[in-house]
Design a binder for this molecule. Structure first.
Ligand code: PNS
Length: 160
């Protein structure tokens, strides 16, 4: 299959990296020549894993993908994308409730870096409800998260 030339960034908090994230990443890797998972260090979200732990867990979970790498960025995503000369920003869109937040971010990023296109991908139906916050909540109340996260993430969460 012909992949779009150039670099796509897949930005997020990934706290933790879920099977939904992996699903989107696999789709992005089929579409683009290279995909960089970019973890925001200064995310306002509450930390579950450190950014370095998240990076290691994504690498362990997505090792089967040849054309991707994992990086940590600080500051504005648009600046990082322009600096990396990325052609696209990948974001997962699950249902209409994601739409407001995602379009707001896409418009802001476009104004700051007009040459970078935001590309929305939809996960498989099985992962349509998966989110990192849902995983954190289920785990907090002692529920089984094994159907929501890759095995390395599950193991790391159970070790804590
Ligand atoms: O997985 P998330 O938490 O939905 O990802 C959000 C993320 C990290 C992509 C977004 O908060 C971000 O880009 N943060 C970096 C700072 C930035 O550029 N903010 C303005 C976005 S319009």
């Amino acid at each position: 299959m012909m992949r779009t030339k150039g670099l796509a960034l897949y930005p997020g908090s990934f706290d933790p990296f879920t099977l939904g994230h992996l699903d989107i990443l696999e789709r992005a890797c089929r579409l683009f020549e290279h995909v960089e998972v970019t973890i925001a260090r200064n995310s306002e979200k509450t930390g579950f894993f450190t950014t370095d732990e998240r990076k290691a867990l994504i690498e362990a979970s997505a090792g089967h993908l040849q054309n991707m790498s994992v990086h940590i960025f600080e500051g504005l995503l648009a600046h990082h994308a322009a600096q990396r000369k990325a052609v696209a920003l990948i974001r997962g869109l699950r249902q209409v409730s994601d739409f407001d937040y995602e379009t707001r971010m896409a418009f802001a990023n476009r104004r700051l870096a007009p040459e970078v296109e935001t590309v929305f991908l939809t996960p498989s139906e099985e992962q349509a409800l998966t989110s990192a916050s849902l995983v954190r909540e289920i785990h907090r109340h002692g529920g089984d998260i094994s159907s929501f996260v890759p095995a390395p993430v599950h193991d790391a969460i159970m070790r804590r």
